[in-house]
Write a protein that binds this ligand. Sequence first.
Ligand SMILES: Cc1cc2nc3c(=O)[nH]c(=O)nc-3n(C[C@H](O)[C@H](O)[C@H](O)COP(=O)(O)O)c2cc1C
Length: 199
Amino acid sequence: MNILDLIQKRYTAKKYNAHKAIPQEKIEDLKEILRLTPSSINIQPWKFTFVQNPEMKAKLATVSMHNTEKINQAQLLVVFSVADDLDAFQKVVENELPQARKDWYNQMKASMPESDLKIWLAKQVYIALGVGLTASVALGLDSTAMEGIESDKYKDILNMAAYKPLFAMAVGYASDDDFNRLETTPKSRRLQESVIETI
Ligand SMILES: Cc1cc2nc3c(=O)[nH]c(=O)nc-3n(C[C@H](O)[C@H](O)[C@H](O)COP(=O)(O)O)c2cc1C
């Protein structure tokens, strides 16, 4: 299927088939695809937590606002977190990034307040969500992006110290009676002429 067909086909699943397992190799592909996400100056300020364990997923589901049922039904929950303890992240930069990137990052860090730096880091994580949603449909999987999570409670449950959960993505196979399927709920977007300018 070409990329336009895939993007037209992708939609937000609202009800999953809880019994249809995702082949593990697709999950492993998704891990590698997320790792390859591009980011500004290649800073990669993220952690992707793949939750397949049903008990852990159920715990997270209870602190996920209107998304509880979807998370319980979906076979996989990926939690996207951003580096939040900047001293700890400095060590990651020092140990894992090439010299030119370290220098860039240190310059950026020196040039803006910590609050702005954190906003910039979080923006990078959203790029991975776009990659993850597109990759899911390409792998033949349905998905749900979810900002509707309680970040602090996720952080506690996942026992995270240096990272902060920002949003999550449920992945699995949509239920046959998912009301949000394109047959029942056609895609709704602003017109191309109002969002695209060609010069
Ligand atoms: C960053 C982000 C956060 C979202 N959060 C939720 C959510 O918490 N729960 C949910 O059911 N849908 C959520 N959505 C789905 C959007 O409502 C959906 O993508 C949008 O209405 C377009 O519909 P489509 O994805 O089916 O094309 C989110 C989407 C994005 C990109």
